[in-house]
Ligand binder design. Structure first.
Ligand code: AMP
Ligand code: GLY
Length: 423
């Protein structure tokens, strides 16, 4: 079967690699792809948000399955359009994608269905948001408050403000940071305290299958300091959640969410990502994503033993409950190598050294994100997050040791990474 993957990041490189491992994959295409993806798939020069051209390509090239990587295409209704044309595609329709594309929708959805989440308000302007703050619902002037833009903001739409003055500043600055469309509504949330963990599931609309839990490191600096990024590294290890915690999350959050989707006529087929906080009052949802995470996927898919095409087929046919999805025992880790300047304006165009040496380290896969080829054929940096150096191991320490050994082989001018992933 011919397969099309939509996207161009490390996540999509990991997804393409999982498809490549299947005997059932014939032609493998990725739109638009990147320099690393080009080694496992044919890159197609169509942007991920050009839904009509992607559907034209799928129809013209006998694509039997399209897998959508990112939220922007999903929010634009790529799945609605493919299905309208009779093309087989994995991902939720635009109605389901609202769980990620509108934080106000997601919070309302959780409130309607009793799914545990932080106390919140939704305001239609910065002025009203500031009035909400002053109403006292979020504690006194020194209490932390979380300020969120409603719309998609590529990770820049959330500020955890320590105190009312910082919250007012965040509210007033939101439209400038994320654009006035994404900040059209402002969500304020009580600040939860606890351990953060991500849990992803495959869903066929009626049944779901859990992936191993994963933890990410969002801040740029070691010791979780500095600004938030799209993610500087992830680890996956079954011990991230105890059996009791996992059961609690499944019963209080995963099942009620998928049940609520059915009640709201959202046939959620694809990947649902639960960003969770384990608080003293039990697990709570920080956010939903309607797709694989980046760089969570890199750590998750290297542990997948089951044929990825079989999982996709089961999501399409509604037979997920018949499939026993297997994961390698042990752990995995992904360390992100980023360009100078990231998460601000990133320096690009630098030649990346040591890719082959890194790939030879046992148990390692180097996934490309912001890479391209220059005129001479060298692999060069082309974005903020450049590589996701990912390893599996019998233990978390073993996985981290392999990942960091591979990292030590790679260099370019201005390369930065965190040395404390998994710590
Ligand atoms: P989100 O995109 O909504 O997941 O928010 C990004 C990050 O902000 C999360 O990973 C948390 O670290 C933090 N965050 C979001 N909401 C809250 C909350 N209600 N309380 C504490 N931290 C939060
Ligand atoms: N790493 C977080 C995300 O993909 O949203």
């Amino acid at each position: 079967m011919n397969i099309l993957v939509v996207g161009s990041g490390g996540r999509e490189h990991a997804i393409c690699t999982a498809f490549r491992r299947s005997q059932k994959t014939e032609g493998l295409f990725c739109a638009p792809g990147n320099a690393g993806i080009g080694a496992v798939a044919t890159c197609v020069n169509i942007a991920a948000d050009d839904v009509n051209s992607l559907a034209d390509f799928a129809a013209a090239n006998n694509i039997g399955l399209t897998f959508v990587g990112g939220e922007v295409s999903l929010a634009l209704g790529i799945v609605d359009e493919f299905e309208r044309r009779g093309l087989r595609v994995i991902g939720p329709k635009a109605a389901g994608a609202q769980l990620e594309s509108s934080k106000a929708f997601a919070k309302g959805f959780m409130a309607r269905h009793g799914i545990p989440t932080a106390k919140f308000t939704v305001s239609h302007s910065a002025d009203f948001a500031i009035l909400e703050l002053e109403s006292g619902d979020f504690g006194g002037p020194d209490s932390s408050v979380v300020v969120k833009a409603d719309g998609l903001a590529a990770g820049k739409g959330v500020v955890v403000a320590s105190g009312r003055a910082a919250a007012v500043e965040a509210i007033n600055g939101l439209a400038e940071t994320v654009g006035s469309a994404a900040a059209d509504k402002i969500v304020l949330e009580e600040c939860l305290v606890g351990r953060e963990v991500s849990l992803l599931v495959f869903s066929d609309g009626a049944n779901f299958a859990l992936m191993p839990p994963v933890r990410d490191h969002k801040r740029i600096g070691e010791g979780d300091t500095g600004p938030n990024t799209g993610g500087m590294g992830t680890v996956s290890d079954d011990a991230i959640l105890s059996a009791a915690e996992l059961t609690d999350i499944v019963e209080r959050i995963v099942k009620p969410t998928l049940h609520a989707c059915k009640r709201e006529d959202i046939n959620f087929r694809g990947i649902l990502f639960f960003g969770l906080m384990l608080t003293a009052n039990g697990p709570m949802v920080l956010e939903y994503n309607v797709r694989f995470g980046d760089p969570e996927t890199q750590s998750i898919l290297v542990r997948l033993e089951t044929d990825f095409v079989d999982i996709c087929e089961a999501m399409l046919s509604g037979d997920l409950s018949k499939l026993d999805i297997k994961w390698t025992k042990g752990s995995s880790a992904c360390v992100i190598l980023a360009s100078e300047g990231y998460p601000g304006k990133a320096r690009t165009g630098d030649i990346i050294n040591g890719l082959q040496e890194a790939a030879q380290v046992a148990n390692v896969a180097v996934f490309h994100a912001g890479t391209a080829r220059d005129a001479a054929g060298n692999v060069v940096t082309s974005g903020g997050r450049v590589l996701g150096v990912t390893a599996v191991g019998v233990s978390l320490d073993a996985a981290l040791a392999s990942a960091y050994e591979a990292v030590s082989k790679i260099s370019w001018t201005g390369m930065q990474f965190r040395k404390d992933i998994g710590k």
